[in-house]
Ligand binder design. Structure first.
Ligand code: PEP
Ligand code: MN
Length: 346
């Protein structure tokens, strides 16, 4: 249910409503919009339905949320969410997150070289995997904590927020020490224990769409994180399974307006994993911005033939710089900002 408050409702009245909800054993989420303040009420459906909420002073209307995802829906929050990921970089509500870096962290020198090039080209978030979800148990699995330390050092040196994948609820505490953003990979989009665990943290979450997940599945997964109290969720389309082997996956660009119709969270596109082909990545990155995406996620490597994972789809730094300059033009055409990471005082 959503409680719509009367215009001019006082803080005391809001506190009173919140107290009454707590007494009824119901949880709440306050959403202060430009025009109206709403309170989303979460709890046992029967209790919510039968609670005499209309009788509380300040309440104008009580309306059911029709969507199965509540906190992710625009019924609950009509305005776009902007997710602050650190170093002054925000994603969503007019700001683009440009995530770039290698698939896996291989060594400090290699990561630093790539990171310097993507930052110079205009990327505002550095990526790199320390725990890699590989199809084969014999493939390189990532450097683990050593990789996380490298990522943190490079991010701090270049003053850039970093994102890395967390695969298991037992890794959340460890990964949280080193990263600004948790990445939940496609294979773990419905690892509900993992989603709940990152939902308990204050770190932003990049939630990738599972390769066979529907829009509703993705938004229900986002709901797990949001309902844990973590509001900083960024969605990511990275392609879905298809019958056509000519691309690694099938990029569903309609996902952007599709999601945005009902959901206030930012959504970015990963044309690297979606196509698996460097020559297709630039046009798909530009198309993503044209479709209204809040950013892109692109794998870059200085020597793709030596990369320990996903080298075949990596862009060279100069190719990334070229697409970046076109993304910048596209951004100004669509009135979007690409925030530059700012130095922190620490
Ligand atoms: C990755 O980002 O390197 C990755 C493994 O992505 P996905 O989960 O989308 O396959
Ligand atoms: Mn990869």
């Amino acid at each position: 249910m959503i409680i719509v408050l009367k215009p001019g409702t006082t803080t005391e009245q809001i506190d009173h409503i919140v107290e009454r909800l707590a007494e009824m054993g119901l949880r709440h989420e306050l959403s202060k919009g430009v025009k109206r303040t709403l309170i989303g009420v979460i709890g046992d459906e029967d209790v919510v339905r039968n609670a005499p909420l209309r009788a509380i002073p300040g309440v104008e209307e009580v309306v059911p949320i029709l969507k199965p995802y509540k906190l992710a829906s625009r019924e609950f929050q009509p305005d776009d969410t902007s997710v602050d990921v650190g170093y002054g970089v925000c994603v969503g509500a007019g700001s683009l997150g440009i995530i770039a870096g290698p698939c896996a962290i291989e060594s400090e020198d290699v990561l630093l070289e790539i990171a310097k090039s993507v930052k110079a080209a205009g990327a505002n978030i550095l990526r790199g995997g320390a725990f890699k979800p590989r199809t084969s148990p014999y493939s390189f699995q990532g450097l683990g904590e050593e990789g996380l330390k490298i990522l943190k050092r490079v991010g701090t040196e270049l003053q850039m927020p970093v994102v890395t994948e967390v695969m298991d609820p037992r890794q959340v505490e460890l990964v949280e020490r080193y990263t600004d953003i948790f990445q939940i990979g496609a294979r773990n989009m419905q690892n509900f224990n993992l989603l709940s665990e990152v939902g308990q943290t204050k770190r932003a979450v990049l939630l990738k769409r599972g390769m066979s997940a529907t829009v509703k599945d993705l938004l229900m997964s986002a709901e797990y994180v949001l309902s844990g109290g973590n509001k900083r969720v960024i969605l990511c389309e990275r392609g879905i399974k298809s019958f056509d082997p000519s691309t690694r996956n099938l990029l569903d660009l309609s996902m952007v307006p599709n999601v945005k119709q009902d959901c206030h969270l930012p959504i970015i596109i990963d044309p690297s994993h979606a196509t698996g082909r460097p020559e297709l990545i630039p046009s798909m990155a530009l198309a993503s911005i044209a479709a209204g995406a809040d950013g892109v996620h692109i794998e870059v490597h200085c020597r793709p033939e030596e990369a320990m994972s996903d080298g075949q789809q990596a862009l060279l730094p100069e190719q990334f710089a070229d697409v970046m300059s076109r993304i910048q033009q596209m951004a100004s055409l669509f009135d979007k900002q690409i925030p530059k990471p700012e130095r922190t005082s620490e």
